[in-house]
Design a binder for this molecule. Structure first.
Ligand code: 4AZ
Length: 480
């Protein structure tokens, strides 16, 4: 195919030249042809005249001149080079195509004592310890010779052991699809054992306890599903942290399916989208209490997941609505509610739960957080069919309570986020939806869109329900 294409292109100009400029060429070359011509009249050289019958003969001679040995050699060389490059490209994309390899690693660490809170995945102790282990794995594999092959690791479980504690984690790599899982396993073990010998690692790993098992992507996803707040692309790759967006008012449409897999849309049958909500387990959603002002009857509501309202990726009905007992519509205090699905949703790359933060977690002012929703992009505008996202920053309660801002209306159960200059904000229809914080690629629900004076006005940032304040209330109603 490649060869034919080249040949056609190489010969085309020659034919064109000889055919289009037939007459002109014959006149132009007349002095050269005359030299060899036997036709002389009156001792004078006459221009050679060719009849149509002579033409193929001339063309043949011209071709013979063109294909002298050097040209022929160069042409053959070029063809061979092109075939070589084509084979290289095909090999690269077909044979050398990389694919993901997943492993379950289990090992003992002997220099750390197990703490009871390690059993709770949302505890600060579990989070900090798992980050330390994941960072260590990253150091081991990223700095090794095949460093670019390591994608990431996730701790699945920390459990007690007489010598310290047991760690169970998944490791993800990308290698050429032609490599076997066994070959890669040997490579991984070699890198790890080498690091145990030569690197100063913060954790003492008992080498003889180390086991590595190759697992498929389904098993890997099931294992990761035991953890919240993880985003994956459809090809089972972890999604990178969102790129910052400068400008749900002045935000952008969400780029990818699965970017905000906990986002839900709460819809009143017959009236469409009303509010956002966040998935916190297979059956529970967290949202704002004010979303149910119009209607508290669960049978009148449906819930959808996915980046568009129509068509939805997944749809469920509601079985139960629990409003906070102390929700006050006049002051917006305790603007939080739970909604339970009639049937559970299975976690996938598109539907996933967000992590609830430990009640002790505090975000300093100006921390980057993301708000997402199907709300309007201008005050009093229509609902958006495509999910939108915006990066905003946390604002301290002291600043938010200033006379020129919200003049003391912000209570301990509220959190302000946005920008003092306005411009980027949640708006009508985003209510009940998530404000999330990324901690080492694990996403935490830190706020619920609650209220604000209009949208995106200067000195009137968005006000969110402070989720950490309601951690015990959520646990008391759901057991989560
Ligand atoms: C609303 O009406 C609403 N700018 C939500 C968020 C904000 C204002 C109003 C914050 O649902």
């Amino acid at each position: 195919m490649v060869y034919l294409f080249f040949q056609q292109r190489a010969l085309q100009p020659m034919y064109q030249a000889s055919q289009s400029f037939h007459n002109l060429q014959l006149l132009d070359n007349s002095h050269k042809c005359a030299k060899y011509s036997p036709m002389r009249r009156n001792g004078k050289t006459k221009p050679v005249e060719f009849s149509e019958v002579d033409y193929p003969q001339v063309e043949y001679q011209r071709r013979q001149q063109f294909w002298d040995p050097i040209r022929l050699a160069l042409f053959t060389l070029a063809i061979v080079a092109i075939i070589g490059i084509a084979i290289g490209i095909v090999t690269h994309f077909v044979v050398e195509d990389d694919r993901s390899f997943y492993y379950l690693a289990s090992f003992k660490v002997t220099n750390i004592k197990y703490k009871e809170n390690y059993g709770m995945k949302s505890s600060r102790e579990f989070i900090e310890r798992s980050h330390q282990i994941e960072r260590m794995m990253s150091r081991i594999f990223r700095r090794s010779s095949g460093g670019g092959r390591f994608i990431k690791s996730h701790v699945i479980r920390l459990s007690p052991d007489e010598q310290g504690m047991n760690i169970l984690m998944v490791l993800m790599f990308r290698y050429p699809s032609t490599d076997s899982a066994e070959q890669i396993k040997k490579r991984i073990e070699r890198i790890l054992y080498q690091s145990l010998k030569t690197k100063q690692l913060p954790l003492t790993i008992n080498k003889s306890s180390f086991t590595l098992t190759s697992i498929d992507s389904k098993k890997m996803r099931n294992l990761l599903n035991s953890r919240c707040g993880i985003r994956m692309t459809s090809s089972n790759m972890p999604l990178p942290a969102s790129s910052s967006t400068e400008r749900i008012v002045q935000g952008r449409e969400t780029a990818m399916e699965g970017e905000w897999p906990w986002q839900a849309s709460l819809q009143l049958i017959g009236s469409g989208h009303q509010c956002g909500a966040s998935l916190i387990s297979n059956t529970w959603l967290l949202t704002a209490a004010h979303c149910f002002r119009k209607n508290k009857d669960p049978s009148q509501w449906i819930v959808t997941f996915g980046t568009t309202i129509t068509p939805p990726a997944v749809q469920r009905s509601l079985g139960k609505i629990i409003l906070h007992e102390n929700y006050h519509r006049e002051t917006n205090e305790n603007d939080i509610a739970l909604a339970q699905l009639t049937t559970r949703v299975e976690f996938s790359n598109i539907v996933q739960r967000v992590c609830l933060p430990d009640s002790s977690i505090k975000l300093p002012p100006k921390t980057s957080v993301f708000v997402t929703g199907f709300g309007s992009i201008v005050d009093d505008g229509p609902t958006q069919n495509k999910l939108r996202q915006a990066r905003v920053e946390t604002i301290s309660t002291d600043v938010c309570n200033r006379k020129d801002v919200y003049d003391g209306l912000i209570t301990s159960g509220m959190l302000c986020a946005g920008f003092m200059e306005g411009k980027v904000d949640a708006c009508k229809g985003d209510s009940g939806g998530p404000l999330v914080y990324d901690n080492h690629d694990i996403w935490y629900l830190v706020g619920i869109v609650s209220w604000g004076q209009s949208c995106a006005l200067p000195k009137k940032p968005g006000v969110y329900t402070r989720v950490t304040q309601y951690r015990e209330w959520i646990a008391s109603k759901t057991g989560i």
